[in-house]
Design a protein around this ligand. Structure first.
Ligand code: NAD
Length: 320
């Protein structure tokens, strides 16, 4: 089976590629090493996580439609994991049009190219942000109505619609994953857990925006779920991939305080576009392909802190 991973040099993508390679799959990656965060850091994570394995790397921008089509023609993937995107809610308020390009236009190029080479299965990385700021919890897949609260979420919701349209047009199987705040080693430096740990390792005060609760999900659990979904029977569908429980900001700070007892916290108002709380109902993924998150938050955070301690130099790179 030939598997193509877009965004395969990013945080979740490079973990996914690493797991796919150790399962023995033939894997190719498209990534443009977008400077949203440090390119050097991205190269390091990709090299480290694919160490010793053969993987084809196509360094192109998915907005270049002809090049995308050529690569798909050359590699002829059976399966396409499409993770490449511009992430980050706060940045999407500053550069909304970039999200139309990187999260929607690039997705259309991938969906068309996959269909044109007869790919059988396209798996798309969407986000819990598509639920908007719903009060009702836990969040079930059918609760997303498009009433989103950030340009990032609007782009993801739009991209999901294009996924449905092209799956119908080409007849491939479509799996949409809605991830819930993924963390772990090599975690994206703009995200709260990575940012806090790096600042604490430098003995700096951390800035906490608002009091949001998040269904933080350890990266290995997400990746295992994404690979289990390859065996899924059935038509196109959407699945939450979360841990299935919310962690409040107070709980997160208490866990961090155990490791960093002198921690100083500056409170700041919540940021525009951020939702108050996320909490995934994961029943559908459990039933459809045996998704089962196993890493507790305490354990996942301990592993992330241990990793950060041995990679402190990365903390200076690429924070937003
Ligand atoms: P990331 O920024 O680390 O990875 C994205 C990768 O895509 C980067 O390596 C980037 O260079 C590449 N890329 C972006 N645009 C590209 C283009 N036009 N052509 C080629 N490559 C391109 O982000 P991540 O956290 O690993 O997220 C992966 C996916 O999961 C994204 O679609 C993101 O929106 C989604 N997601 C992530 C989270 C999370 O908690 N990390 C939560 C929900 C959804």
């Amino acid at each position: 089976m030939n598997i193509l991973v877009t965004g395969g040099a990013g945080f979740i993508g490079s973990h996914l590629v690493s797991h796919l390679l150790s399962c023995g799959y033939d894997v190719a990656v498209i990534d443009c090493f977008h400077p949203y965060y440090s390119i050097e850091r991205k190269r390091k994570q990709f090299q480290t996580l694919t160490n010793g394995h053969h993987v084809r790397l196509y360094e192109i921008d998915l907005l270049e439609e002809e090049k995308v089509a050529q690569i798909f023609q050359a590699y002829k993937p059976n399966v396409v994991y499409h993770l490449a995107a511009l992430p980050g809610v706060p940045n999407s308020l500053l550069q909304p049009l970039a999200y139309v390009d990187y999260d929607i236009k690039a997705t259309i190029n991938v969906l068309k190219a996959a269909g044109n080479v007869g790919a059988e299965h396209v798996l798309f990385a969407s986000s819990s942000s598509v639920y908007g700021d719903l009060g009702e919890k836990p969040l079930k897949e059918e609760m997303a109505t498009g009433r989103v609260v950030s340009p990032y979420a609007a782009a993801k919701y739009g991209a999901e619609s294009f996924c449905h349209a092209y799956a119908q047009l080409f007849g491939y199987q479509l799996t949409i994953f809605r991830y819930f705040t993924v963390y772990g080693p090599w975690g994206r430096p703009d995200m709260a857990i990575s940012r806090f740990i790096q600042q604490l390792l430098r003995n700096e005060a951390i800035t906490v925006y608002g009091n949001a609760a998040r269904d933080y999900t350890y990266v290995d659990d997400i990746v295992k779920g994404m690979i289990l979904a390859l065996q899924r029977n059935g038509s196109s569908d959407i699945f939450n991939l979360g841990a299935g429980r919310p962690i409040t900001m107070e709980q997160l700070l208490n866990y961090l305080r155990n490791e960093f007892p002198n921690m100083k916290v500056n409170g700041a108002p919540s940021r525009l576009g951020d939702v108050k709380a996320t909490w995934a109902d994961i029943t559908k993924a459990q039933q459809a392909f045996g998704y089962e998150p196993t890493v507790t938050f305490e354990e996942g955070l301990a592993r992330t802190i241990a990793w950060a301690k041995t990679h402190e130099s990365l903390g200076k790179e690429g924070n937003r």
